[in-house]
Design a protein around this ligand. Structure first.
Ligand code: 6GU
Length: 242
């Protein structure tokens, strides 16, 4: 997969894409991520990319020219057809299912804005998929771009070392069980920390009991914290009832 991020702050995004799992995925050739400075596609000597809104009002609006030119130049660099994504709080809210859809594309071209908004003709002319990362307002799309890239790249084949670990995450659907629970509690060494002991069942070596305990914990945690997710997170999905 190739991912392009068009942004006014490539220096904010680039180190994030070099680190940790995304950095390793790039080194292993599973994904290629390139950040492009929108200002490189401005056509005047002041490198203008935004202007005041027609009709008045506060703030600045991202201009069409640099965005259209950046998209055309980047798309011409590679024959794979790009899914264009415009980052905006008005977009489709990112969830695990959208991350999965995006992970199946061969190329993503993500446009991160700043300022009050985009000239509407960017939407009309480029017909991007508009994506939001949640119901709050960010001052720019860079954080959203990093969130989307992270959620997508970790789903690419071979990116996570252990094949089970993406499938068992909170918010992912466990293959064949249609579960959508929050994750069960995890423990590691030491066995006792400040008088808090690891639950005995996890030390029992009984993998059947451990599996049942984890399912029960995931279920209770989901019921307690995210009752809205309970559909599809059934108490009897794949396990014995008490
Ligand atoms: Cl994608 N952009 C901005 N500016 N704010 C947001 C967002 C995106 N998603 C949630 N809030």
């Amino acid at each position: 997969m190739r991912i392009d991020v068009v942004t006014l702050f490539p220096e904010v995004c680039e180190p994030f894409f070099q680190a940790s799992i995304i950095g390793r995925a790039q080194a292993a050739g599973r994904v290629e991520i390139a950040c492009t400075n929108l200002r490189d596609y401005s056509t005047d000597k002041h490198h203008t990319v935004d202007d005041r809104p027609f009709g008045g009002g506060p703030g600045m609006v991202l201009m069409c020219g640099p965005v259209f030119d950046a998209v055309a130049a980047l798309e011409a660099e590679d024959p794979r057809s790009a899914t264009r994504i415009l980052l905006t709080p008005q977009g489709r809210r990112l969830d695990q299912s959208l991350a999965g859809e995006l992970a199946s594309r061969e190329r993503l071209l993500i446009i991160a804005g700043h300022y009050e908004g985009f000239d509407e003709r960017i939407r009309i002319g480029l017909e991007p998929l508009e994506v939001s990362i949640g119901d709050y307002v960010l001052s720019g799309g860079e954080a959203a771009a990093m969130v989307i890239v992270d959620s997508v790249v970790r789903l690419l084949p071979g990116v996570l070392g252990d094949d089970g670990s993406a499938a068992e995450d909170s918010f992912s659907i466990v293959a064949g069980e249609s579960e959508q629970c929050l994750e069960y509690p995890q423990y590691t060494r030491p066995r006792v920390f400040r008088d808090m002991a690891v639950p005995d069942v996890l030390m029992s070596g009984d993998h059947g009991r451990i599996r049942e305990w984890r399912k029960q914990q995931a279920l209770e945690r989901t019921k307690d914290r995210r009752p809205d997710l309970m559909t599809g997170c059934e108490p009897d999905s794949g396990g014995d009832q008490p």
